[in-house]
Design a protein around this ligand. Structure first.
Ligand SMILES: NC(=O)c1ccc[n+]([C@@H]2O[C@H](COP(=O)([O-])OP(=O)(O)OC[C@H]3O[C@@H](n4cnc5c(N)ncnc54)[C@H](O)[C@@H]3O)[C@@H](O)[C@H]2O)c1
Length: 326
C-alpha cells in the first residue's frame, strides 16, 4: 500500500501506543493524520510534538467509537484507519459491560464504518492476551486460545468480527497481537507491563523494588516505538488479512527485568519478594513469548530495540521530562 498523500484516522491515537503510531505515520509522506479519541485514558499532552506538524489534528467534534454519527463523520474520506481504542485489562475485569460496549460493540462500529466508507485497510490492535498461558514457546499465531478473562474475550471477539467483515465484505484488515509493550507515557495500572514503570518509580524514589511471586514469571517485552513501527509496516505491506504477533521472541523473567533496571539505574537496592494475592495467583499469565516469524516474513517487521536499549531510552525520557522525580 502506498501511503503517499493519504488521509489516515488513528482511533485511540491519544493513548500510550497510539500517540507513537501518530509519530511514525508523520514520518511518511501522508497528507493528513487525524486522531479520534474520547480521552478515557489518552492525553492531549502525549501529542504536543505531533500537533506541531500541520498534517496532524484531533477530530474536533468528539471521538467515541460508541457514537455512530461522529465516528461515521470521522471515517468518511479517510484512506486508512488504525484503531487502538479499547478499555484496558483491569478495567475490563471490574466493568465487563463497558468492556463489551467499547471493545466489542465499538470495534463492530469501526469495522462497519470502514466498510461503508471503503477504507483501503484497517489496522486493529488485538493482544497476546488471546493466548492466555502458553502451552508451548514461542507462541506462534496458531497457539490455542487459552484466554480466560474479559479483556482477552473482547480481543477474541474483535478478531472474529474482523475475520467476518473481511470474508463478507472484503474489508482489508490486519490484527496485531502485541506482547508486553513498555515506554514513555505508559500507565502503571497495566496488569503485566505496568511492572516497568512501577519498578522505576520505586528505584527512583530510592525504595526497594517489589516482585510478586518468585520472579520466574517470564514475558516478551517490546519497546513502544517498535510496536508503532509495526502498525505502519502492516499498513504499507501487501497483506490484506491476517493476525500477527508483535514481539521480540526474547524471554525475560521479572527477576531478570528487575536486575537489569537496577543495573541501568546503578542502584544496589535489594529486591523484596511478596507472595501473589490469591486472585493474581489464579488469574495472571505466567509465561508469554511470541514468535516473530510471521510478522517478519509477511509484514517485514523487525524490532529495533533490545530490552536494555528500550529501558535506557525510557530512563533517559523520564530524566528529561522530570518523570523520575514525580
Ligand atoms: N500496552 C500493552 O502492552 C498492550 C498489549 C496488548 C494489546 N494492547 C492494545 O493496544 C491498544 C492500545 O493500548 P495502549 O496501551 O496504548 O492503551 P491506552 O489506554 O493508552 O490507549 C487506548 C486509547 O483509546 C482511547 N479510548 C478508550 N475508549 C475509547 C472509546 N470508547 N472511543 C474512543 N477512544 C477510546 C483511550 O482514551 C486511549 O487514548 C489497545 O487496544 C490495547 O488493548 C496493548
Amino acid at each position: 500500500m502506498d501511503l503517499k498523500d493519504s488521509k489516515i484516522l488513528v482511533i485511540g491515537g491519544a493513548g500510550f501506543i497510539g500517540s507513537f503510531v501518530v509519530s511514525e505515520l508523520l514520518k511518511e509522506e501522508v497528507a493528513e493524520v487525524v486522531v479520534y479519541d474520547n480521552f478515557a485514558r489518552g492525553e492531549k499532552d502525549y501529542l504536543i510534538e505531533q500537533l506541531k506538524d500541520k498534517r496532524c489534528s484531533i477530530f474536533p467534534i468528539g471521538g467515541d467509537i460508541r457514537d455512530l454519527d461522529i465516528l461515521d463523520a470521522a471515517v468518511r474520506g479517510k484512506d486508512f484507519v488504525v484503531s487502538l481504542a479499547a478499555m484496558w485489562l483491569l478495567h475490563c475485569k471490574d466493568y465487563p459491560r463497558t468492556a463489551f460496549e467499547v471493545n466489542i460493540a465499538g470495534t463492530f462500529n469501526v469495522l462497519e464504518a470502514c466498510v461503508k466508507h471503503k477504507v483501503k485497510k484497517l489496522i486493529w490492535s488485538s493482544s497476546a492476551s488471546v493466548y492466555g498461558d502458553a502451552v508451548e514457546l514461542p507462541m506462534t499465531e496458531n497457539h490455542p486460545f487459552n484466554n480466560k478473562n474479559f479483556y482477552g474475550a473482547t480481543k477474541l471477539a474483535g478478531e472474529a468480527m474482523a475475520t467476518a467483515f473481511n470474508d463478507r465484505y472484503g474489508l482489508p484488515v490486519v490484527g496485531l497481537r502485541y506482547m508486553n509493550v513498555y515506554g514513555p507515557h505508559q500507565d502503571q495500572t497495566a496488569a503485566y507491563t505496568g511492572v516497568v514503570p512501577i519498578m522505576l518509580n520505586k528505584i527512583e524514589a530510592n525504595e526497594p523494588p517489589v516482585i510478586n511471586g518468585d520472579g520466574s514469571q517470564a514475558y516478551d517485552f517490546i519497546y513502544v516505538e517498535d510496536v508503532a513501527r509495526c502498525n505502519v509496516d502492516a499498513l504499507k505491506s501487501d497483506v490484506n488479512f491476517g493476525m500477527y504477533n508483535v514481539g521480540t521472541e526474547v524471554q525475560t523473567s521479572i527477576k531478570e527485568l528487575c536486575d537489569l533496571i537496577l543495573e541501568l539505574k546503578k542502584s544496589d537496592l535489594k529486591v523484596i519478594y511478596k507472595p501473589y494475592s490469591a486472585d493474581d495467583a489464579r488469574s495472571l499469565v505466567q509465561n508469554r513469548i511470541g514468535s516473530r516469524v510471521k510478522a517478519e516474513n509477511e509484514l517485514g517487521f523487525l524490532y529495533k530495540y533490545s530490552l536494555r536499549e528500550g529501558l535506557q531510552k525510557l530512563i533517559d525520557w523520564r530524566i528529561a521530562t522530570g518523570t523520575d522525580k514525580a
